[in-house]
Design a protein around this ligand. Structure first.
Ligand code: C2E
Ligand code: CA
Ligand code: CA
Ligand code: CA
Length: 278
């Protein structure tokens, strides 16, 4: 193997092998989980601190394992990405989230948008746009209530990104850039990609009150978003101080534990039912 000649060959080999077996087991468990419908979608509210209302819900997948219980996405999404299973899982999340959002509207709740994370594997698939069109058709969800979250790294192939994002926009859905500020970004392209929303990565929010550099980055992203006519949402807002500071910078889109963690659909509903206050 490649490790030949490295001093640590003997030390590391068993670990690597174990990891291989673990991956294999996990991959086949993930396949079974899909068949047995063991995945669940949680919804985290996106809050407009200016109007005091819920404006959206981010769909976040969990694996409800029959023995282990709820497994967070960080534990299985990487393997799902590696194996390509993320395409089927992501597809299921999209269907579930669109169906749920339509259901809330039919129940008479004020309409909100649902934001669904797209993996680069899905983004690169030939049938992506057709597939999303089908899901919208089947769920009967008005496209303006669906938002897809992409990351900066997916836009590296500029020509491809312009084409696909253009076709997605033509469906009438919204596009946001997730984890903004952590990756490759070219301000010029934000405009031609016809992005609607920037989501400031939570790492900047976390240290914003103690780290001047991060506060400056956050302020810059917000003013840039405004200049470009984009909406902006701050992720990972955990304290009132963070929210107040964001408000002084003109950012009212808030997502984080301060308001609510990701919740099962029924719990999210109780938030929709409750008249929110500023
Ligand atoms: P993300 O898209 O950046 O999602 C935000 C993550 O931050 C969520 O973690 C959420 O629970 C967490 N979070 C929200 N508010 C706070 C806060 O105030 N403080 C802190 N510390 N964290 C907060 P979660 O649900 O564990 O998801 C982790 C990642 O897994 C997501 O990061 C996303 O990249 C991925 N993921 C989740 N669901 C899907 C999916 O359906 N498809 C794909 N492709 N990826 C998904
Ligand atoms: Ca996201
Ligand atoms: Ca994020
Ligand atoms: Ca992320």
């Amino acid at each position: 193997a490649k490790e030949q000649g490295k001093n640590n060959y003997v030390v590391y080999k068993p670990t690597k092998d174990n990891r291989g077996i673990e991956h294999l087991t996990l991959e086949s468990s993930l396949r079974k989980a899909l068949q047995n419908e063991e995945f669940v979608v949680f919804y985290q509210p996106q809050f407009d601190s200016k109007t005091g209302t819920i404006i959206g819900a981010e769909a976040l997948v969990r694996w409800n394992h029959p023995i282990i219980g709820l497994i967070p996405p960080g534990k299985f999404i990487p393997i799902a990405e590696e194996t390509g299973l993320i395409v089927s899982i992501g597809d299921w999340v999209l269907r579930t989230a669109c169906g749920q959002n339509k259901k809330w509207q039919e129940q008479g709740f004020p309409p909100i948008k649902v934001a669904v994370n797209l993996s680069s594997r899905q983004f690169l698939k030939q049938d992506l746009v057709q597939n999303i069109e089908n899901v919208l058709f089947e769920s009967k969800l008005d496209p303006k209530y669906l938002e897809l979250e992409i990351t900066e790294s997916m836009t590296i192939n500029v020509n491809y990104a312009v084409e696909v994002l253009g076709r997605l926009k033509n469906l009438g859905i919204q596009i946001s850039i997730d984890d903004f500020g952590t990756g490759y970004s070219n301000l010029y392209y934000l405009k031609i990609f016809s992005i609607d929303t920037l989501k400031i990565d939570q790492s900047f929010i976390r240290d914003m009150m103690t780290d001047n550099n991060n506060a400056d980055i956050v302020a810059t992203i917000i003013s840039m978003a405004h200049t470009l006519g984009l909406d902006v949402i701050a992720e990972g807002v955990e304290t009132k101080e963070q929210m107040d500071f964001l408000n002084t910078l003109g950012c009212y889109g808030i997502q984080g534990y301060l308001f609510a963690p990701p919740l099962p659909a029924e719990k999210f509903e109780t938030l929709l039912r409750k008249p929110t206050t500023k």
